[in-house]
Design a protein around this ligand. Structure first.
Ligand SMILES: Nc1ncnc2c1ncn2[C@@H]1O[C@H](COP(=O)(O)OP(=O)(O)O)[C@@H](O)[C@H]1O
Ligand SMILES: [Mg+2]
Length: 543
């Protein structure tokens, strides 16, 4: 499987190795740059190199590794920051300084660190495939070690182990380790998929109340520059009621990622009180890092997310932004001289995105637990044009569509989610949960709130023609309450105490707004003056 480089074109390299497989990882050149086989011919393979290829020359060696582009899974992933190829950025930083040195690698997990292993069986027991061998503790979490095959387990000891040491062995001598390699482009297996039925609380009123996301569901929010995508992703990363967050910084600014890390280190999780970072994995392929690895980054991230889902946990994958992934795919495709589709994206853009979003879901795991993987993806359409291919493809597969509106952002209405255009396809299951667990009137209030906002939109059109003074008193009252709904309910300042709002509080706030409106309507009918009602309300809230 050894060969030589026969051609180089940017990040795309042809080599003359034989016996390679598609998607096999290849080490290219004297610097042993990481690459992946993307096209195979007889005695010729095209390799996508994930590192800077400058300085590489024809004739340098290339070698197949025999395995597919994989992620290492096991204890120690939490709190880490990886690049798109799962290189541990912080540990590399300590070793080499802030620049990734091509070809210099460190394993994704610390092989020297010890972990406590608690066997679930006595030595000599027989196991079936998927049977529980034991648990490894990582902070508040348990990694379940499952048998890969049937057999008699002869060695199984309670104690401290590093990832280099086997924690168990079969009768035939095969050893079992606490970590494993998994090809990132292949979804991890589960027993069966279940329909999402519970909400994922984001703490953002406009989302939880009007456009709820299901645990195991997917949401996208497309928005132009400055509409608050990054702030929204980060705010949800901090507050979402999930066990674990995998945050992918894909092609965005590096300083934003540094800020996230710093903040997560100091803040604690409002659900458990432990530092936020200990429930977070960061995957960063920022704008200053190689484009090709950006394409791989979302797969590395989702594979780690699935791995924790398989432990029966609720995991949320956040990506900022999926558009930069699409652009990386386009660049790779064009360097391979593939036939371009719409706007230069490869024709398989949509099916790739579908397959990726498909990896979200609620599952019964191989060990019989329930785990979920939810996705919230930011989309940054160029020129805020929502008809472009990536937004359109995401729209087809995501369950919640939250459109970020530049004009709302200009008015500093944040989160700038356009309530007229957005929608959630997770219907009655989530509604009944909110009615039963949060507030009996949840669905009624939601319906009324939508109706009011809708009426406001049509009244605005009228007011543009006749002027606000030309409106009837009831209509002006309606516009007053919707103004309050927008300012006090739909807006949420990410830098204030209000950054997280539990659904109970959201329901109480909405109930109060609607009760005020009902009372005001009644008094108006009884002859009160509108201006008196409004100024009384304004004064009352100030005082
Ligand atoms: N929820 C929010 N509360 C307060 N300010 C916000 C909020 N969301 C966005 N902003 C403001 O908008 C700016 C741009 O947001 P950002 O997330 O960087 O936009 P994008 O990633 O879409 O380009 C932020 O720097 C912040 O000032
Ligand atoms: Mg941003």
């Amino acid at each position: 499987m050894d060969g030589r480089i026969t051609g180089i074109s940017g990040p795309t390299v042809t080599i003359d190795c034989e016996g390679l497989r598609l998607s096999e990882m290849v080490l290219v050149g004297d610097a042993r740059l990481t690459g992946e086989v993307v096209r195979l011919g007889e005695r010729r393979a095209v390799v996508q190199v994930y590192e800077d290829t400058r300085g590489l020359s024809v004739g340098e060696p290339a070698r197949g590794t025999g395995r597919l582009l994989s992620a290492m899974l096991g204890p120690g992933l939490l709190s880490a920051m990886y690049d798109g190829l799962q290189r541990p950025l912080e540990r590399l930083n300590e070793l080499n300084g802030p620049f990734i040195v091509s070809g210099k690698s460190l394993p994704p997990l610390d092989l020297e660190r010890s972990w406590r292993f608690l066997p679930a069986l006595a030595a000599g027991s027989e196991v079936r495939p998927g049977g529980l061998l034991g648990e490894i503790r990582e902070g508040a979490f348990s990694h379940l070690l499952l048998a890969g095959r049937a057999g008699v387990v002869t060695r199984l000891t309670d104690g401290e182990f590093t990832l280099r040491q086997p924690v168990a062995a079969y009768a035939d001598g095969e050893e079992v380790f606490a970590s494993l390699q998994w090809p990132v482009r292949r979804p991890r297996p589960f027993r069966r998929k279940l329909a999402p039925s519970r909400p994922l609380i984001t703490g953002q009123r406009v989302i939880d109340f009007l456009f709820p996301i299901a645990r195991g569901g997917s949401a996208i929010f497309p928005g132009g520059f400055g509409t608050g995508k990054t702030i929204l992703e980060q705010t949800i990363a901090k507050f979402a009621d999930v066990d674990l967050v995998v945050y992918v910084g894909c092609g965005e600014r590096g300083n934003e990622m540094a800020e996230v890390l710093e903040e997560f280190r100091t803040l604690s999780d409002r659900w458990t009180g432990t530092p936020l970072l200990s429930r977070t994995i960061v995957v960063a392929n920022t704008s200053n890092m190689p484009v090709a690895a950006r394409e791989a980054s979302i797969y590395t991230a989702v594979t780690m997310a699935e791995y924790y889902r398989d432990q029966g946990l609720h995991v949320l994958l956040l990506a900022d932004s999926i558009s930069r992934w699409g652009e990386a795919l386009r660049e790779i495709s064009s360097s391979l001289e593939e036939m371009p589709g719409e706007e230069g994206y490869p024709t398989y853009l949509s099916s790739r995105l579908a397959a990726f979003i498909e990896r979200a879901g609620v599952v019964e795991t191989l060990s019989g637990r329930i785990g979920s993987l939810s996705m919230i993806l930011a989309v940054s359409p160029p020129g805020a044009d929502f008809t472009e291919p990536i937004t359109q493809a995401c729209l087809r597969y995501a369950g919640v569509f939250l459109m970020l509106d530049s004009s709302l952002a200009h008015r500093r209405h944040f989160p700038a989610i356009a309530w007229q255009q957005s929608y959630s396809l997770y219907g009655e299951e989530l509604q009944s949960h909110f009615r039963e667990q949060v507030a009996a009137g949840w669905s009624d209030m939601q319906r009324r709130c939508r109706e009011l906002l809708q009426r406001e939109a049509s009244l605005r059109e009228v007011a543009e023609v006749v002027g606000a003074e030309g409106l009837q008193d009831e209509d002006r009252l309606l516009m007053w309450i919707t103004g309050r709904i927008r300012d006090e309910f739909l807006c949420q300042n990410a830098y204030s105490e209000d950054a997280f709002c539990p659904p109970e509080r959201a329901a109480a706030q909405m109930a109060e707004l609607l009760a005020w409106y009902d009372a005001a309507q009644k008094r108006l009918k009884e002859g009160a003056l509108l201006d008196d009602l409004l100024s009384e309300d304004a004064r009352g809230r100030k005082g």
